[in-house]
Unconditional design. Structure first.
Length: 86
């Protein structure tokens, strides 16, 4: 099952550029690039805009982001990652 990052990458390819997608969403190209590169996460606002403009499920995007945040927190704090979560 594709992740929201996979879906976003496909969307950018389909639209032709990050710039085109960023403009359609009303966000900066820099922010979109940072999300794609994993330097920034999906905000609730971005999830909502992706749902309204392109049909991505905002709740799935936010669950994905919560999972990523929790994973980074565990890694930074030395909390073991259960095998089922790996």
């Amino acid at each position: 099952m594709p992740t929201p990052l996979d879906q976003l990458a496909r969307l950018i390819r389909r639209e032709g550029s990050q710039k085109a997608v960023a403009e359609a969403l009303g966000i900066s190209q820099r922010y979109l690039s940072d999300v794609v590169l994993g330097k920034s996460g999906f905000s609730a606002s971005l999830a909502h805009k992706l749902e309204k403009s392109y049909g991505l499920d905002a709740r799935k995007v936010m669950r994905f982001q919560a999972d990523q945040d929790w994973k980074r927190y565990r890694e930074r704090n030395g909390i073991p990652v259960p095998k089922r979560d790996a």
